[in-house]
Design a protein around this ligand. Structure first.
Ligand code: SF4
Ligand code: SF4
Length: 436
């Protein structure tokens, strides 16, 4: 290192020193309360009976800001601005995965999080079980992940997206045996799994290992629809802490229809619609962290407001959510979370894009806007190109009948509604910039 580099490093380290102190890392946190909120910082939850506390708001690295017109490429400058603001507010749990941003999310760990001291944040990564073809793949992918993230250990590591079939693959390829070894070597601090199936499959997975945590899809829509309630209760009964994913269902619960939005605004004019969903997840006592894929600074700031001096829902507020949910269900929106697991389609149909546009139309009633953007898709990307091969069906964790929904959308496009279009801005979505 030459003198210039040395001075630069010294300056960077000096600038980041306060973040290290803010981090609330294991052993450095003297506060013994279960929900602690230091001034201007998000609330933290204690991990079991240890000194470790996690921020109730975690940063999901699946929907980072993108460089316009460059596919999944991440805008690293904006991401660093977001991460810095998050860390300053105590949001120091970051959740990445092998597939996020087409593999670029893990590289972003090295490129952006790598600028911050390693002990100022917790890093969660996941083994892509669906990519395993043979036993050797487990170690190969593990090494690739360490290298891409440029780290020596993961604070939290998960078997990604388990369901009945993938659990069979975990056993067949001895993935759990390998991860247990990594944990024994200190390269994994907490071992868990993320889950997309029914309670019966969950009951089969749990006895295989004393899991440190589990990540489940949980929000007020999925509580009964996706049987999140049963999953949460099973995990809680067995003392397994829960990390929540999809608290907004891919942004859908921040962009409700007018009737549902009016109900929330009447109850709390200052609160964002999204904040209701975050408070719903955070109000559950066995939840240790609620992940949010924050694309914009306004998302982060709104979430920081929600989770600073965090207030669990009252009974009256729960009744408000029930009323808004009933109003939302009437829109007929497709329960797609924009996870993109169904891609690529062999003929090129852009499934998540079509569902996102369609849902926006269903929620806002703005057919002209839907049509204008939809018509920009190529012939191969459109719903009409689907040949019904079914490849996407088994990949969708929401169990959406994708070919049937595409057929329905195509039919609707051929018979446009007569009603005059209404205009309402979309406030929170991976595609928000298109509607601004
Ligand atoms: S069923 Fe349709 S959308 Fe799904 S993979 Fe096949 S062609 Fe693509
Ligand atoms: S259709 Fe299913 S797999 Fe595809 S993006 Fe939506 S939720 Fe994800």
């Amino acid at each position: 290192m030459d003198r210039r580099d040395f001075l630069k490093s010294a300056l960077v380290l000096a600038a980041l020193a306060p973040l290290t102190r803010l981090a609330g890392k294991e052993g450095a946190d003297g506060d013994k309360s279960s929900d602690l909120a230091k001034g201007g910082q998000v609330a933290r939850r204690r991990y079991k009976n240890t000194q470790l506390t996690l921020p109730l708001l975690g940063y999901g690295m699946m929907r980072l800001p993108r460089v316009k017109g460059r596919g999944q490429e991440i805008d690293l400058v904006e991401t660093e601005r977001l991460f810095r603001a998050a860390l300053e507010a105590g949001v120091n749990y970051f959740d990445t995965a092998y597939f996020y941003h087409g593999g670029l999310s893990e590289k972003c760990v090295a490129e952006v999080l790598g600028k911050f001291p390693r002990d100022s944040y917790y890093l969660a990564d996941k083994l892509p079980v669906r990519s395993l073809r043979r036993e050797e793949d487990v170690e190969r992918i593990w090494n690739e992940q360490l290298k891409k993230c440029n780290v020596e250990y993961f604070d939290f590591y998960l078997l990604h997206n388990l369901n009945r079939d993938r659990w069979e693959d975990v056993k067949r390829f001895k993935a759990l045996e390998f991860l247990k070894k990594m944990k024994a070597e200190g390269k994994i601090r907490h071992l868990g799994f993320s889950f997309h199936d029914g309670p019966n499959v969950l009951k089969e997975i749990i006895p295989a290992y004393p899991w440190d945590f589990a990540q489940i899809q949980l929000n007020y829509l999925d509580w009964t629809l996706y049987r999140s309630k049963e999953q949460y209760e099973i995990l809680t009964r067995l003392g397994i802490p829960v990390v929540v994913m999809e608290p907004l269902r891919g942004g859908a619960l921040a962009n409700l229809n007018d009737a549902a939005t009016r109900i929330f605004k009447a109850a709390a004019p200052e609160a964002s619609v999204a904040s209701w969903a975050f408070r719903y997840a955070g109000s559950l006592p066995n939840v240790i962290c609620v992940l949010s894929g924050m694309t914009k600074m306004e998302h982060l700031q709104d979430n920081i407001r929600t989770f600073t001096d965090f207030k669990p829902l009252t009974d009256q507020e729960r009744a408000t959510i029930e009323a808004a949910l009933a109003a939302y269900r009437s829109t007929g929106a497709i329960p797609c979370t924009a996870c993109r697991y169904c891609t690529p389609c062999p003929v090129g149909v852009d499934i998540p894009r079509i569902f996102g546009l369609y849902n926006h139309y269903k929620v806002t009633g703005n057919y002209m806007q839907f049509r204008m953007i939809y018509d920009k898709l190529t012939e191969d990307e459109r719903a009409s190109a689907c040949i019904g091969c079914g490849t996407c069906l088994k990949k969708c964790p929401q169990k959406i009948d994708i070919p049937a929904e595409l057929k329905k959308i195509d039919a609707e496009l051929k018979q446009p509604p007569r009603r005059a279009p209404r205009r309402r801005a979309l406030l929170w979505s991976p595609d928000a910039e298109e509607f601004a």
